[in-house]
Ligand binder design. Structure first.
Ligand code: ATP
Ligand code: MG
Length: 428
């Protein structure tokens, strides 16, 4: 298995450094994951070797100086399955004048390196040769007690790097841990300073929280720490009250089963969708504005807007024509839409009939049945003497709907029907 390969490569990297006379240990998240009995996603090694020495030892072709000024070198495994290991020199960070990144780093002892890390559970080392955890910060106890606690003074640590506030919530949520009271209090005190973190980094954390099955816990923590109004002020009124009832939102998050973050984001932004407007652009204008402010990708914005604007169509879906049902269920975001609607209906104690109808329809129809090749195209219409203009699109759309409704099943039928429709066009 690839996880075993990664692990043995990370072991080999430590061994190689030791053989060359350096001290080397696994560090950070991989130690935490291993103690928790989880398979680490990737392995980080901390060593007394400097970046130059690491590069010399493993060779230029197998190393990438990803952050040599911070003491970090990536060592590539012999094959892709072996993964890559980030090898960093034991270091302390200098001053944080931008509230995000240290101005400089100094090489130091393992203990000092542990103390610059964010949370006790992330501050342990592991000696893979002796199978021994080395814990200078009480991380092992906090893992057992299931607590996320800043290393040292929480207020100081969050002042240095504001992103840590969101990381605290993410680790607490995804591991279902509690936030240590002092750590939680420091987040609440400093929450306003989250505006010093770029929206890209905020979104990176938010995506991970919302994509994870523990998203309801994340949501509760974001409210409790009052980080939520800093991230999404649009969801609060002038008096600072949330515009969507929190308990039902938490319940809906709890009922959401999806590996994507879009359904959760759509749920959050739902109160900004204005169904009273007649055109979709207006209905979605507030949603769009938030998505743009958060610098989401075009694909993400399209998905979230489509989910919110299509949700109403699923209401009473079984009595809608096939030319409405099929394109809806052929849309690449239909799983996200159904996941969201399932969660909404569950949280409100409403019937799941509409969602179940869609899921049944999807089981019974292949992608080619949902979105068949069109029977005619624009050239066919033009050849019948229709001048370029909106009537071409209208004619094609009529033919398409009749195809999806099962009234036209082959090209000759479609061409005949097209001729008929063209002859009914007003003469210009
Ligand atoms: P995961 O990758 O599963 O989210 P991780 O603990 O590996 O968790 P990374 O962001 O990969 O997290 O960082 C690796 C280690 O670097 C952390 O375990 C922590 O010790 C340290 N670290 C990362 N970010 C910070 C930070 N902002 N401040 C202090 N230490 C940090
Ligand atoms: Mg990591």
């Amino acid at each position: 298995m690839s996880s075993d390969l990664k692990r043995s490569f990370a072991h080999a990297v430590v061994q190689r450094l030791r053989d060359a006379g350096f001290h080397a240990l696994w560090a950070g998240g991989c130690v935490r994951d291993q103690v928790l009995g989880r398979t680490p996603k990737d392995y980080d090694v901390a060593t007394t070797a400097t970046p130059d020495q690491v590069i010399e030892l493993f060779g230029r072709r197998r190393t990438v100086a990803v952050g040599a000024s911070f003491g970090v070198v990536m060592v590539l495994g012999p094959s892709k399955a072996d993964g890559q290991v980030e090898v960093a020199t034991f270091r302390t960070d200098g001053a944080y004048s931008d509230g995000r990144r240290p101005d400089s780093v100094q090489f130091c002892s393992p203990e000092e390196d542990a103390r610059r890390r964010d949370f006790t559970i992330n501050g342990m080392f592991y000696d893979p040769v002796l199978d021994q955890v080395i814990d200078y910060v009480g991380g092992h106890d906090d893992l057992k007690r299931r607590i996320v606690r800043a290393i040292g003074n929480a207020h100081d640590r969050f002042t240095e790097d504001k992103l840590r506030m969101l990381r605290a919530v993410r680790f607490a949520a995804t591991f279902r841990f509690a936030l240590d009271p002092d750590t939680a209090k420091a987040v609440q005190t400093l929450r306003r300073q989250l505006d010093q973190v770029s929206v890209e980094r905020i979104m990176q954390e938010l995506r991970r929280m919302l994509a994870h099955e523990t998203r309801a816990h994340a949501l509760e923590l974001l409210y409790e720490t009052e980080l939520m109004p800093e991230i999404l002020p649009e969801l609060f009124d002038d008096e600072g009250r949330e515009i969507d009832a929190r308990p039902w939102l938490v319940a809906a998050f709890g009922a959401l089963t999806s590996d994507d973050y879009e359904p959760a984001m759509a749920l959050l932004l739902q109160p900004l969708h204005d169904p009273t407007q007649s055109d979709s652009k207006r209905r979605l204008s507030k949603v769009q504005a938030v998505c743009r402010r958060l610098k989401m990708s075009n694909d993400e914005i399209e998905a979230i807007c489509w989910i919110l604007d299509t949700a109403a169509t699923v209401h009473g879906i079984s009595s809608r024509p096939l030319h409405v049902i099929k394109p809806l269920l052929a849309n690449p975001n239909q799983h996200s839409l159904l996941a969201m609607l399932h969660a909404v209906a569950s949280a409100r104690g409403e019937s799941l009939d509409n969602v179940q109808f869609c899921r049944g329809f999807l089981r019974q129809h292949s992608p080619a049945e949902l979105n068949p090749e069109p029977l005619v195209n624009g050239q066919d219409v033009q050849k019948m003497g229709v001048p370029p203009g909106p009537s071409i699109r209208q004619l094609l759309s009529t033919i398409r709907n009749e195809q999806l409704d099962g009234q036209l099943s082959n090209r000759p039928e479609a061409l005949q029907r097209l001729t008929e429709l063209v002859s009914q066009l007003p003469q210009t």
